[in-house]
Design a protein around this ligand. Structure first.
Ligand SMILES: [Zn+2]
Length: 350
């Protein structure tokens, strides 16, 4: 199995993370990737440099004004009088019922403060000088993994950073700037008629869900901590099942805080059954290690033992599979979970 990783992804170096009313050090930082790359080195995977597939596959998922915003906001920001060290929003325009009275169309003509309020959903997406190049490289890493499957390989691992599954078509959220898994899924559709995304990160992949919510050709199946009182709070509930042509092609299995390995694995079996019923021709795994009890964001009681079993369940689907890196913030937990998952996946995948 090829492991795609680009050092350009390390150029996003956020300094700040806002949580519980406090600014602290950024949790989603380059150290995560260094720990992951080192932990996976022992598996003997073939390291491959991602190739540049250009912007077209990114624009197949993301709004062009949003991509332009990501590319230009830092230059605009640093020219502000008294600009802070990173670009962060201080306005969050209303998008709910009655939001037709909020002039979102004005965002195209506004300055950096309005633009970042329009395009960045929360305070965990600090943008600095290297953010766009890292996000672009992360999407290319996922696309290179997809290209390997399109060329006939059975499996590939895309070590993406920054992660992607909270990113919407036109909005960054939750450490995510481009939705790598969604971009890869759309690329896989050029050969595979039905693509499934199985997401076992401890957070619901709200961006991925929204992007494909009305699509019947891409299944989004996720298990995650119950969003009733957990990020992303406003999506990820069991009654969200897709709409229109996508009715039934979205599955959420929320887990109660404190859920253990047995509950987590039962949920992943449920996702795996759904992928089988859907008749997927190819699989993308949104792999996050933050369900681990030692993760600073985890509310679950999941231990290291769960991850090789997840690798086996997913391998038994026997589909062309692209593993896309999402979350995981304890360096010790990811250094344990990622290689044990991958080793078990490789041992059972045909
Ligand atoms: Zn997560």
């Amino acid at each position: 199995m090829k492991l795609f990783f680009s050092a350009a992804q390390l150029s996003h170096r956020p300094q700040q993370y806002f949580r519980f009313g406090r600014i602290g050090p950024a949790l989603e930082n380059p150290n995560r990737m260094e720990a992951l790359a080192e932990a996976l080195a022992g598996l003997g995977l073939e390291r491959a440099e991602p190739s540049d597939h250009g912007r077209a596959p990114i624009l197949a998922v993301h709004d062009s004004a949003y991509v332009q915003f990501l590319e230009t906001i830092w230059e605009m920001w640093r020219q502000l009088p008294d600009a802070g060290p990173e670009a962060l929003p201080n306005i969050h325009p209303y998008r709910g019922a009655g939001s037709d009275l909020v002039r979102h169309d004005r965002a195209r003509n506004t300055g950096p403060i309005g633009l970042i309020g329009h395009h960045v959903g929360d305070m965990s997406c600090a943008i600095g000088p290297g953010t766009w190049s890292a996000a672009y490289a992360s999407a290319q890493t996922a696309l290179s993994g997809a290209a390997a499957l399109l060329a006939g390989e059975r499996r590939a691992l895309a070590l993406c950073r920054p992660p992607g599954h909270h990113c919407y078509r036109d909005r960054a959220n939750g450490f995510c700037f481009l939705n790598n898994a969604a971009i890869a899924a759309e690329a896989l559709r050029t050969r595979f008629a039905r693509v499934a995304i199985l997401d076992f990160d401890t957070h619901h992949g709200d961006g991925t869900q929204a992007i494909f919510y009305a699509r019947g050709d891409i299944l989004v199946a996720s298990c995650h901590t119950d969003p009733a009182d957990y990020y992303p709070f406003f999506a990820g509930f069991a009654d969200e099942r897709g709409h229109g042509a996508g009715e039934g092609a979205n599955l959420n299995i929320p887990l109660s805080p404190g859920a253990d390995n047995a509950a987590y694995l039962a949920a992943i079996e449920g996702l795996s059954d759904a992928v089988r019923r859907f008749g997927a021709d190819a699989l993308i795994v949104s792999a996050g290690w933050d369900a681990h009890k030692d993760d600073p964001l985890s509310k679950l009681a999941v231990t290291s033992d769960a991850f090789p079993r997840i690798g086996e369940v997913i391998a038994r689907l026997a589909l062309p599979t692209l593993i896309v890196q999402e979350g995981g913030y304890s360096l010790a937990a990811i250094a344990d979970a990622a290689p044990s998952f991958t080793r078990a996946f490789l041992a059972h995948h045909r």
